[in-house]
Ligand binder design. Structure first.
Ligand SMILES: CC(C)=CCC/C(C)=C/CC/C(C)=C/CC/C(C)=C/COP(=O)(O)OP(=O)(O)O
Length: 370
């Protein structure tokens, strides 16, 4: 059995969102005060890969504001005692047996693939560009996938998995934008294998992972007694996605280079006196260690930002989120323990450490809620 804890966000909506830990393989602040600070001193440039003069962070913050507004609207609707379920967009799935089966199927997918954290729709999107058929994937296929997304948001799911998500988005204040942005991330991945600056890399991390945080919070819910602004909670959720993705990137430098990809800011590599050839050669030098120290420091800053938001989530979500944060963060420790050899040694967190993270996370969430 690979998983010790299997957490489901909401008891009956059992699964458009599932967190799994312990897999055998797993080797009212406003913007400006937080995320911007992470990158300052490293590089906040206005280089934009989406043909706009806005910086990536501004682009992402607009999505957060839209999401926060949606939560506000839902509160007003509830106060006006409108039964959201009665007005559900998901007319196609009024059959509860079918719907339960749809959620069960999603559960099976999670049980099969999830290592740390998992959303079925995200997995399927990722599979399009990273799965066995990835070499045949075209921008047109991604366009069709996006149309399917729009359809399911409008209550016209295409299959069982879509039906579960369609049901969930009809019941929670979930905005479609992060989902669309994730597909944009896949489009980007098809054509781009280098990142000029951290600003470019940040946008990529938002597309493929920050979006996951934004999709999750409306379902997890913010604690009713939370004093934090909705934006600040979304900001932390975004930070967790970014932190996880940066960690993933740092863990997989060698593996990615063997696929001809370098997900590291080129300007920072240059400043560290490193060339692409150094990465393809994969030698751990003093320059590489110094560069990696800076990258790890930045990833940890995003984890710290994320942690601030955990206490603001609904009680049931705090522990699994914090546990997943602590687990993933330890991959950074493991890169250090490997003396920064992320070319040929895979950084992973051992079972004992993983097991220990669970009660630690539990104790910390108890301390916060008391
Ligand atoms: C902190 C607050 C307020 C809320 C939490 C919001 C959430 C749930 C954010 C999670 C974001 C997330 C998990 C993004 C995915 C990033 C990522 C790199 C996932 C990799 O997952 P796996 O594929 O299981 O990992 P491995 O590649 O290590 O196997």
């Amino acid at each position: 059995m690979s998983s010790v804890v299997h957490w489901i966000v909401s008891p009956n909506e059992s699964l458009s969102c599932v967190v799994r830990f312990m897999n055998k393989n797993v080797g009212n602040k406003k913007r400006g005060s937080s995320i911007l600070n992470f990158s300052s001193g490293i590089s906040v440039l206005s280089t934009d890969i989406v043909n706009s003069s806005r910086s990536s962070e501004e682009r992402v913050y607009e999505v957060i504001l839209k999401q926060a507004a949606l939560v506000g609207e839902q509160k007003i609707m509830k106060r006006g005692s409108v039964d959201l379920l009665k007005h559900s967009k998901a007319d196609a799935m009024t059959n509860p047996t079918l719907l339960n089966e749809a959620y069960d199927r999603c559960g099976e997918v999670c049980a099969e693939y999830a290592k740390t954290f998992y959303l079925v729709w995200c997995r399927r999107t990722d599979e399009l560009v990273d799965g066995p058929n990835a070499s045949h994937i075209t921008p047109m296929a991604l366009d069709r996938w996006e149309q399917r997304l729009v359809d399911l948001f409008e209550g016209r799911p295409y299959d069982m998995y879509d039906a579960a998500l369609s049901d969930t988005v009809s019941k929670y204040p979930v905005d479609i934008q992060p989902f669309k942005d994730m597909i944009d991330g896949m489009r980007l991945d098809l054509k781009k294998s280098r990142y000029k600056s951290f600003d470019e890399l940040y946008l990529y991390c938002y597309y493929v992972a920050g979006t996951v945080g934004l999709m999750s919070v409306p379902v997890m819910g913010i604690a009713p007694d939370s004093k934090a602004s909705t934006e600040s909670v979304y900001n932390s959720a975004l930070a967790l996605g970014i932190a996880n993705q940066l960690t993933n990137i740092l863990r997989d430098v060698g593996e990615d280079a063997r696929r001809g990809r370098i997900y590291l800011p080129q300007d920072e590599l240059q400043r560290a006196g490193l060339t692409e050839e150094d990465i393809f050669r994969g030698q751990v030098t003093e320059k590489w260690r110094a560069f990696m120290r800076g990258q790890i420091k930045r990833a940890r800053m995003f984890f710290a930002e994320a942690e601030k938001g955990v206490a603001e989530l609904n009680g049931a979500s705090r522990w699994p989120v914090l546990a997943s944060l602590l687990l993933y963060q330890q991959i950074l420790d493991s890169i250090e323990a490997n003396d920064y050899n992320n070319f040929t040694k895979r950084a992973y967190v051992g079972k004992a450490k993983k097991l220990l993270s669970l009660p630690m996370a539990y104790a910390r969430t108890l301390m916060r809620s008391s």
